[in-house]
Ligand binder design. Structure first.
Ligand code: SF4
Length: 329
């Protein structure tokens, strides 16, 4: 399996790891080590590679949108069509769905929304329920992530928080997010989560304009200044609020991000954050949506990912590769 990782890594070596509360981690997509979640995660991955012959699904990560509610109005929102509609799924409904996945081998849970912190008490209960079997992250805008809430999330067993920041200049980030307080929420949330001992990463959706104005170094420097260990770069997708817009990055723009990954992820820049850009490995790896992870939305609908919302009726059928492709096509 290590050889498979190396084949997919585009010549990149791992130069950084992070030590937190007695555990090691090196990114936001793999559970901390040592942990039960780590062992479960890699057992599932061995199955995916055909290195273990067990009759279970290959799904190891579940993204869960726990609410449609959100105080922001982001330019790139993939949930735009249902934003702020009424939530249908109760906490018990979620437990019934998620329990089945965890029993089948899912070992990383990523809670998103809408803004997941809007449903704070339910979120804390979910994290407590799965803390012994799963590595758990919250993807948030940082909305009202006070020191008390950060402490409660950490005490519940949360492993990490990915906080969205899309521009290094406060005014432009707030414009992108449609809320004048957003930048300050991000800044406060980063501090409060770090103080609570949570792993923190910054999630950034880099637009064509941002890249072509050569702003990426400014963002990287700000993330460094805030002492956040990982900057995870996402690409704009022409869905939701961006539907039918010319937002998807060109090959040249993708290469601009790749050059930053190569520039900063080396031994000379150890004081900088790790630059994570999952799309960089898409050339060598098939998309994991519907293959190794699934998206469960606020109404209990399953789909391959937040951007590709073709409903999946029975995930157990996805053990068969042809059926996965049938669903995705
Ligand atoms: S992208 Fe996230 S934070 Fe922004 S409006 Fe949509 S759900 Fe809210």
């Amino acid at each position: 399996m290590i050889q498979k990782f190396m084949d997919h890594a585009e010549g990149q070596n791992l130069h950084r790891g992070f030590y937190l509360k007695g555990k090691y981690t090196w990114d936001m997509f793999n559970p901390h080590w040592p942990s039960k979640a780590f062992n479960r995660f890699y057992t599932t991955q061995l199955r995916e590679h055909g290195l273990l012959n067990q009759d279970q699904t290959n799904i190891r990560r579940l993204l869960i949108a726990i609410t449609k509610k959100c105080p922001l109005q982001c330019e790139h929102c993939s949930e735009w069509d249902t934003l702020n509609e009424k939530d249908q799924f109760t906490l018990d409904d979620f437990f019934k769905k998620i329990d089945g996945f965890v029993d089948d081998g899912v070992s990383q849970l990523v809670f998103s929304g809408g803004e997941p912190l809007i449903r704070f008490n339910d979120l804390v209960e979910m994290i407590q329920r799965y803390r012994n079997k799963c590595n758990q992250w919250v993807y948030t805008s940082g909305y009202q992530l006070t020191p008390e809430k950060a402490e409660r999330l950490a005490a519940a067993g949360l492993n990490g928080v990915a906080i969205s920041l899309d521009h290094h200049i406060e005014e432009f980030h707030n414009l992108f997010r449609g809320n004048q307080k957003s930048f300050q929420w991000v800044k406060d949330a980063v501090k409060n989560c770090k103080d609570a001992g949570l792993m923190v990463t910054i999630n950034s959706c880099l637009t064509k304009t941002y890249l072509n104005d050569n702003n990426t170094d400014h963002l990287i420097n700000l993330v460094k200044e805030w002492n956040v260990p990982i900057l995870n770069i996402l690409e704009p997708r022409a869905v939701g609020h961006y539907a039918n817009k010319d937002v998807e990055l060109s090959i040249r723009e993708q290469q601009m991000i790749e050059s930053k990954v190569r520039q900063y992820n080396n031994k000379k820049h150890l004081e900088y954050p790790l630059i994570s850009y999952p799309a960089m490995f898409r050339k060598n790896l098939p998309c994991g949506g519907g293959r190794s992870y699934l998206f469960l939305d606020y109404d209990g609908t399953l789909s391959p990912c937040p951007f590709c919302k073709t409903p999946i009726k029975n995930h157990l059928e996805l053990t068969n590769k042809c059926e996965i492709e049938a669903v995705l096509n």
